[in-house]
Design a protein around this ligand. Sequence first.
Ligand code: GDP
Ligand code: MG
Length: 437
Amino acid sequence: LAEKLQDTFKRLKGKGKLTEKDVTEAMREVRLALLEADVNFKVVKEFVNKVKERSIGSEVLESLTPAQQVIKIVNDELTDLMGKAQSKINFSSKPPTIIMLVGLQGAGKTTTTGKLAGMLKKQGKRPLLIAGDVYRPAAIKQLQVVGEKVGVPVFTMGDKQSPVDIAKAGIDHGINHGNDVVLIDTAGRLHIDEDLMGELQDIRSTVKPHEILLVVDSMTGQDAVNVAEHFNEKLGIDGVILTKLDGDTRGGAALSVRAVTNKPIKFAGLGEKLDDLEPFHPDRMASRILGMGDMLSLIEKAQENFDAKKAKELENKIKNQQFTFDDFLDQLQQVQQMGSIGQLLEMIPGMGGKQLKNLDVDEKELVYVKAIIQSMTKDERQNPSIINGSRRKRIAIGSGTSVQQVNKLLKQFDQTRKMMKQFTDMGKSAKKGGKFK
Ligand code: GDP
Ligand code: MG
């Protein structure tokens, strides 16, 4: 999807003005791309119409950079579609808050129950997990393992009691042990079936959960929408947790689930590890689906803060592979003026999410970064490839840092070189659009 849309936008770039025909044509491709991404057709139709409405006419035509404006509109509408603000857990004013996680087998309920408990614990809560899946072999053990890893107790009564009794007893146990949140892991089925729905309804009416969160595998695309619709109808859900977004290349589920059920996506699962759970951010997801980061605000920010002449010099340096540590230092200072580095990197295509974490730029580290660069000789700054092991040691000692920190910076420098190259390429295409002078 990302590639498709980027192609479309590339075509729009470099145009002076957007005509109705341009918009229509672009939207046809957006529609195809969305359908291909397995987005619900009703959602696509609505979405395309909305964007079209907003794009054609004065709003876009009056703009200096029509392509950028369309990008922004598509981005805004995608964000709207997935819910404007990020949704949170509704905690009960009278603890414990009872959260029930439901969903099909393999969606990620047990894992997510553990992840969520771990997250809540970090926020200062005292969660308790209740093992309510008595059908799947080893489901209880699985929850116990997960609970142990995140340091949260697990209540179980084995697999001989009914889930309703277990849930009830578990909540009593939680009340007696001062737990302020209890999370009930429930059984799933391979497909939606009425037995399962009946059982979940029984649990619901007995324990009266404050939150019923539906766990949905985002890789299932269109199916995820049907599942969400059905659970919502039969059980009434308060929110959705989309799992396996790390593997979701199409983004269709995220797009449609919210629009079809009108329930917020509250969290996103981004991997198998127990800290791979994040609050769901519709704006970030929109950017991710567009595959281009928040290109527009990057361009705006760059315009505000970037000295054009310096940029030109830099561009030439990068082109000629002469970008040095001295420039890097310079660059860091400019970037600081623009806002946080994290923010900035997030806006650069392909640098969001996971990659950003790996890059791990901490602003407090800037102090060290400067110290390290200042401990380099002139030659080293101009030509970092000569910085071998013994030089690294010397630089570390000189700057009061460690060899690891020096290594890290050298790696970051390399990444920045690449990033800056991307940045100038982008600047060039924006210039053709007429605004970035
Ligand atoms: P349940 O049947 O709904 O309880 O699903 P499980 O919690 O047992 O998860 C099924 C599989 O999905 C396990 O192998 C999990 O590790 C995996 N899983 C769960 N959430 C995620 C996620 O966000 N990303 C990835 N990559 N795998 C996940
Ligand atoms: Mg399970």
